[in-house]
Write a protein that binds this ligand. Structure first.
Ligand SMILES: Nc1ncnc2c1ncn2[C@@H]1O[C@H](COP(=O)(O)OP(=O)(O)OP(=O)(O)O)[C@@H](O)[C@H]1O
Length: 228
C-alpha cells in the first residue's frame, strides 16, 4: 500500500511585483510528498528554492494554484488558521541556526512548544532533553550557543524543529554554513531522525553531495520542477 500523502501542490505560481517589473519566480509547480519521505530540493542560486520552502512553510502565500497539506486548503485559509497549522504541523531549520543567545540549548529546543502553549511544562522539558539526546548533545544541554561549535548549534536547531512533532520539517540550506565533516554529521543525523521519528523532511541545497544523503531529489530550474 502506498504511504499516506501529506502534501499536495498543483499548478502553484509565485509572482513578485507588478506590471513591467513583475518577476515570475515559481511557475506551475506540481509536487506531492508522502509521510516519512526525505527529499532534497536542488537547484542553482535564484531558481526559487527558498521561495518554495517559504510558501510550503505558510510564511508566504502563493499567487495561484493549489496548496493542500493534511487535507487543509492553505491557499484559502485565514492567517490565523495558517499560523495554527504551522505551529502544529511544521518545523523549520535555516542556514543560520537562529538560536537565542541568552538561552541554554535545552531552553532553545523548548522555545517553540513554550511559545505555542504560553508556558513551560515538565513534559516539554523532558521532550527537549530526549531530542538533545537524539542529536547527541545531552552533555551540552545547559550550554549557551556561543559555547558550542557551528555543527553543534545546527544540531540544536534540528532538535528545536522537532519539539512539536511536526509532520514535515522544511530545511533551507541547513548545512550551508558548515564544513564538510559537520555537514555530513548533521545530514546523517537528519536521516536517522527521519527513519526513527517519521517526520518528513524537505531540504534545499545547491550541493549534490548533501543531496546524496536524501532518498528523493526534486530539481528546480528557473522556477520550474525539472525532475521529481
Ligand atoms: N520578496 C521578493 N521580491 C522580489 N523578488 C524576490 C523576492 N524573493 C525572492 N525573489 C526573487 O526570486 C528568485 C528566486 O529566489 P530564491 O531566494 O527563492 O532562490 P534560491 O533558489 O533559494 O536561491 P539561493 O540558493 O541563492 O538562496 C530570485 O530571482 C529572487 O531575486
Amino acid at each position: 500500500m502506498s504511504k499516506e500523502q501529506i502534501l499536495s501542490v498543483t499548478g502553484l505560481i509565485k509572482d513578485f511585483g507588478e506590471g513591467e517589473t513583475q518577476n515570475h519566480v515559481l511557475k506551475d509547480i506540481t509536487l506531492s510528498m508522502a509521510a516519512g519521505e526525505m527529499a532534497a530540493l536542488l537547484g542553482p542560486s535564484g531558481s526559487g528554492k527558498s521561495t518554495l520552502l517559504t510558501i510550503l512553510g505558510t510564511l508566504m502565500r502563493a499567487s495561484g494554484g493549489t496548496h493542500e497539506m493534511l487535507g487543509v486548503d492553505l491557499i484559502h485559509a485565514s492567517e490565523a488558521q495558517r499560523t495554527e497549522f504551522r505551529s502544529k504541523n511544521l518545523g523549520f531549520v535555516f542556514q543560520f541556526h537562529h538560536l537565542l543567545p541568552d538561552l541554554s540549548a535545552l531552553e532553545n529546543v523548548m522555545m517553540p512548544a513554550a511559545c505555542a502553549a504560553g508556558r513551560e511544562t515538565a513534559a516539554m522539558r523532558d521532550r527537549a532533553s530526549e531530542l538533545l539526546e537524539a542529536v547527541g548533545l545531552s552533555d551540552r544541554r545547559d550550554f549557551r550557543p556561543a559555547a558550542m561549535s557551528g555543527g553543534q548549534r545546527q544540531r540544536v536547531a534540528v532538535a528545536r524543529a522537532l519539539i512539536n512533532n511536526p509532520v514535515l520539517v522544511l530545511a533551507d540550506e541547513p548545512t550551508g554554513n558548515l564544513d564538510r565533516e559537520s555537514a555530513d554529521h548533521v545530514m546523517a543525523l537528519i536521516r536517522t531522525i527521519n527513519q526513527t521519528m517519521g517526520s518528513s523532511f524537505l531540504i534545499s541545497t545547491h550541493d549534490e553531495y548533501i543531496a546524496s544523503h536524501c532518498p528523493r531529489r526534486i530539481e528546480l530550474l528557473d522556477g520550474r520542477i525539472v525532475r521529481s
